[in-house]
Design a protein around this ligand. Structure first.
Ligand SMILES: Cc1cc2nc3c(=O)[nH]c(=O)nc-3n(C[C@H](O)[C@H](O)[C@H](O)COP(=O)(O)O)c2cc1C
Length: 224
């Protein structure tokens, strides 16, 4: 590819028929938006669980380092309510350090089948030990061992090193439950803005953003 001389081959995916869905998607009323964006976001999240896609709860988390450099990765959304969006990870990872260090995050969920995007921005806190323990207990044993063995975001010499670390933790915890590693826990993002974007094939798209002040949300429409 050569952008400088105008010979860049642009990416044009072949046109495909929309995937037939087993349900009729709800319609968010952008002309008279609901007053509670948490309930509306939750409704979109719950509806997405019916989609024929492996990870409808994929959540893209943007963090920023002390120099303002952003980074972004996928995680899986594990809870969402009035207190915010929860996912679990290694708190010593790059995201763990950046989220704890700067105290803010931006989140995105995109559901292609529904032509929908949900964006949140907010403050960061760790989930309680009780909630982190509860979720860790629900994970498979191999994932529990992986949480101990993976020094997430650190350089790894080769696959064999990782496999050997897994084996050593399997031996360490043989015959008993695997406890939650102290560095493995949840993050809760408490939203200060929530934005809904709905695409339309035959007309202009719809977009509204809610902004929180105290317990109150104000909503405004944005050009899409
Ligand atoms: C679909 C998908 C789901 C993922 N879910 C998680 C998750 O829930 N928690 C997690 O720590 N990493 C998850 N990952 C891996 C992250 O994207 C990322 O590679 C890892 O957390 C290290 O990121 P960091 O170095 O920026 O901290 C997932 C990756 C994909 C593709």
């Amino acid at each position: 590819m050569n952008a400088a001389n105008g010979s860049t081959p642009f990416i044009h995916p072949p046109k495909r028929q929309p995937t037939p869905l087993s349900f009729t998607p709800s319609q968010l009323n952008f002309d008279a938006p609901p007053t509670d964006p948490i309930a509306a976001a939750r409704a979109w999240i719950e509806e997405s669980l019916q989609l024929p896609t492996p990870n409808p709860n994929a959540l893209y988390v943007a963090s920023v380092d002390a120099d303002g450099r952003p980074s972004l990765r996928a995680v899986l959304l594990r809870a969402f309510d009035a207190d915010g969006a929860v996912f679990f990870t290694n708190h010593k990872s790059r995201k763990g350090r950046e989220l704890a260090g700067q105290g803010c995050a931006a989140l995105l969920m995109h559901w292609d089948h529904l032509d929908r995007q949900l964006r949140l921005e907010g403050s960061v806190e760790s989930t309680s030990d009780a909630l982190s323990d509860q979720y860790f207990r629900e994970r498979s044993r191999s994932k529990q061992i992986g949480a101990w063995a993976s020094e997430q975001s650190q350089p790894l010499a080769d696959r064999a090193t990782f496999d050997a670390r897994c084996k050593s933790f399997e031996e360490r915890f043989a015959g008993g439950d695997v406890p939650r590693p102290p560095h493995w826990a949840g993050f809760r993002i408490r939203p200060s803005t929530i934005e809904f974007w709905q695409g339309h094939p035959d007309r202009l798209h719809d977009r509204i953003v809610y902004t929180r002040s105290g317990d109150h949300w104000t909503v405004s429409r944005l050009y899409p």
